[in-house]
Design a protein around this ligand. Structure first.
Ligand SMILES: *[C@@H]1O[C@H](CO)[C@@H](O)[C@H](O)[C@H]1NC(C)=O
Ligand SMILES: *[C@@H]1O[C@H](CO)[C@@H](O)[C@H](O)[C@H]1NC(C)=O
Ligand SMILES: *[C@@H]1O[C@H](CO)[C@@H](O)[C@H](O)[C@H]1NC(C)=O
Ligand SMILES: *[C@@H]1O[C@H](CO)[C@@H](O)[C@H](O)[C@H]1NC(C)=O
Ligand SMILES: CC(=O)N[C@H]1CO[C@H](CO)[C@@H](O)[C@@H]1O
Length: 629
């Protein structure tokens, strides 16, 4: 039954046979047989299949399919859970549950690959788009020549990710310098060295904020279409959005509206900024505006105008004028019109992600990626000169915290650490992850919140509760009130988030040991002992130890945990320049990920050394080392 649900949830089509199965399933879940599934019945289902879902998530699922808004699911609505492909969360949840349940794994695994129909509907459009994107992104990479170009019309894409190299390269393109070239195994790959590459790819993907909890190395080796596309999209999106962010691209301030503050603009997500950007350019030519990347772009009209507005005018040196031919606007057939529009985009070297069919069908994901491509290449924005401001760009620490949260799959995705935590919803989810019980039903006010009055109070109440939970978890939160989190006080917000991350890291250790409370001393002792036992000469006294700046203790420890893994010929020793130190640190971080640890810290954290992040690195390595036995 669940296999069917899974199959259906991926293909979007239901046969009569399947309908019967779903009906049976519905009856099983509908415990009181009243023809409706309510929150507690759905919760029971998830529990039964071994998957803990917080109450609010279950309500969210119900809300999302509850067409007649009566707070429960009838049979017709139930079917939509499995047909609505867009409801990815649900499909993912089921998948997770299935993977956990013994015996079903095999069924779940094959249902994805078994029928041709299933694969097609996973999204041929995405497969096509991503294959082409990879083709052009990695065209010049010497290590990728053996599998490029990827034929976008076949399933070749799913095969080429199997050895991990291509994924490592794509991650490094999205967030440059994430992966050290020296850590990738490139020649004569064996099962083991392939596994290492995939570890490196998956742990690096986490480190840049991808949610990979459902994806294992085996899934990538087997090239499971659904998972490969999901991971690739996360990686690609992070790269596309990297500069659609006020603090990294001040020209975005040109999008400020009358009476709006920079803070307000800063809170917009990249999607919202892109919509605003399109409308900003549309304002110059007429009254048309868009509010989504689906229905509103289908007729290509908006695109023609946008291209015309952003095409280089020749006023800049070395960038010749490109005149956009808008005669395609008069083409009646929408598909042909889209093709004419894309021909113009091609002249800007921006024909990416969408085919005419994707434009006309209003594929929101791919159209947004297309618009992001246009923005990244030709923003055509000028930073307003008349304004004084001092924008702080995101610190390394803020970014690391954010990536950590996002990799745990918090919802909504955190773009701005302060603005996105102010209603505490993300904090509550993090408490869930560190096993601090959250009273979702009675204490949490759920969004949406009104901008004024009551909404503000409700968010502050949430923040107060978030602080209270921290106290109950034994965090040190002296002088931190809910109001500080709500108003985005940087120091205090970071203090809370750090304690969440630290607890998360230590929990992993405790899960491995016999419940012994892990602490700094215990970790340092373990590090010293492990180093000594492996005959290494390095050791550390604290997480601020000067020795750490060379990364040698980390590299030695990695080699102690997995003997022979570190190539010490690549490691600089003796008296080190800052550059040498950074070089070692990059190698160390990538190597740690390669042997299977989820390190979020960055090379700079070792060079500094930043004792908090250094602690997480050693703790992760300790976790890995303990698993060895
Ligand atoms: C990653 O990117 C950096 C900077 O762009 C580059 O120096 C490095 O060689 C790249 N590594 C890989 C594995 O592509
Ligand atoms: C997109 O926005 C338009 C209005 O601007 C609306 O009519 C249409 O339903 C929206 N489409 C989707 C898929 O949200
Ligand atoms: C944040 O809180 C600290 C401690 O209460 C305070 O010293 C600091 O001024 C606050 N920062 C802002 C920007 O309000
Ligand atoms: C680790 O080793 C160093 C050097 O031998 C020593 O000074 C330090 O006290 C040790 N720390 C712990 C916690 O074992
Ligand atoms: C088969 C295929 O689509 N090849 C393309 C891969 O990407 C390069 C660079 O964009 C194109 O020139 C190829 O046509």
């Amino acid at each position: 039954f669940f296999a069917i649900l899974l199959g259906v949830s991926m293909s979007g089509n239901i046969t009569n046979e399947e309908l019967e199965e779903i009906k049976e399933g519905f009856e099983k879940i509908d415990l009181n047989s009243n023809g409706y599934i309510n929150t507690s019945e759905l919760g029971e289902l998830f529990r039964e299949i071994g998957f803990q879902m917080p109450g609010y998530k279950i309500r969210e699922i119900i809300q999302s399919v509850d067409l007649d808004k009566d707070g429960q699911i009838n049979f017709n609505e139930f079917i939509t859970i499995f047909t609505d492909l867009k409801n990815d969360d649900v499909a993912q949840s089921f998948k997770k549950a299935l993977n956990k349940k013994e015996g079903i794994l095999a069924i779940g695994g094959t249902s994805e690959i078994s029928s041709e129909g299933t694969q097609h509907s996973i999204s041929e459009a995405e497969r096509f788009a991503f294959a082409n994107w990879i083709n052009s992104s990695l065209e010049k990479d010497p290590d990728c020549q053996q599998f490029l170009p990827i034929n976008p019309n076949t399933d070749a894409l799913f095969k080429v990710v199997g050895d991990g190299i291509l994924l490592c390269k794509m991650i490094n393109i999205s967030v440059p310098d994430t992966i050290d070239e020296r850590a990738i195994n490139k020649k004569k790959l064996t099962t083991f060295t392939t596994q290492e590459n995939l570890n490196l790819a998956l742990n690096s993907a986490s480190a840049i904020g991808c949610q990979v909890v459902n994806i294992g190395a085996q899934d990538l080796k087997e090239g499971k279409p659904h998972l490969v596309l999901g991971l690739l999209w996360q990686i690609i999106r992070i790269g596309l959005f990297a500069h659609i962010e006020l603090s990294r691209n001040e020209a975005i301030a040109a999008l400020l509206k009358e009476g709006e503050s920079l803070e307000e603009l800063m809170k917009l997500s990249p999607e919202e900024l892109l919509l605003r950007w399109v409308n900003f350019h549309l304002e110059k030519v007429g009254n048309r505006r868009i509010s989504n990347f689906s229905g509103d772009v289908k007729d290509s009209e908006v695109y023609f105008h946008l291209l015309q507005q952003i095409a280089p005018t020749g006023s800049e040196e070395d960038v010749p004028r490109i005149e956009i031919d808008t005669s395609g606007l008069y083409e009646k057939d929408l598909t042909q019109r889209a093709e004419l529009m894309l021909k113009q985009a091609d002249r800007l070297d921006c024909r990416q992600f969408v085919t005419p069919a994707d434009v006309v069908s209003g594929n929101a994901k791919l159209n947004m990626a297309f618009v992001a491509t246009l923005f990244n290449k030709y923003p055509a924005l000028t930073k307003p000169e008349d304004q004084e401001w001092n924008l702080q760009s995101e610190t390394r620490e803020e970014r690391t915290f954010r990536n950590w949260m996002n990799s745990l799959g918090v919802n909504p995705y955190v773009h701005h650490i302060y603005g996105d935590l102010m209603d505490a919803m993300v904090l509550f989810q993090l408490y869930d992850k560190i096993k601090v019980p959250v009273d979702w039903d009675n204490r949490v006010n759920k969004p949406p919140f009104k901008m004024q009055g009551g909404g503000r109070m409700k968010q502050i109440e949430n923040c107060n509760y978030a602080v209270e939970l921290g106290m109950s978890a034994g965090f040190s939160l002296v002088g931190i009130g809910g109001q500080d989190i709500y108003s985005g006080n940087q120091t205090l917000t970071l203090a809370l988030v750090w304690q969440l991350m630290k607890r998360y890291t230590l929990n992993i250790l405790e899960d491995l040991g016999d419940g012994e409370a892990a602490g700094d001393d215990l970790i340092i002792q373990w590090v010293n002992k492990t180093l000594a036992e492996a005959g290494k000469t390095s050791s550390i006294k604290t997480f601020k130890d000067k020795e750490i700046t060379s990364s040698l203790p980390v590299l030695d420890l990695i080699d102690a945990i997995q003997p022979g893994s570190v190539n010490f010929e690549l490691v600089k020793t003796g008296s080190l320049s800052d550059e040498d130190k950074l070089d070692n640190a990059k190698y160390a971080v990538s190597m740690a990920r390669k042997i299977g640890t989820k390190v979020y810290a960055l090379p700079e954290d070792l060079v500094e050394p930043n004792s908090k992040m250094v602690m997480t690195i050693f703790a992760c390595l300790m976790g890995r080392g303990m698993k060895r036995v």
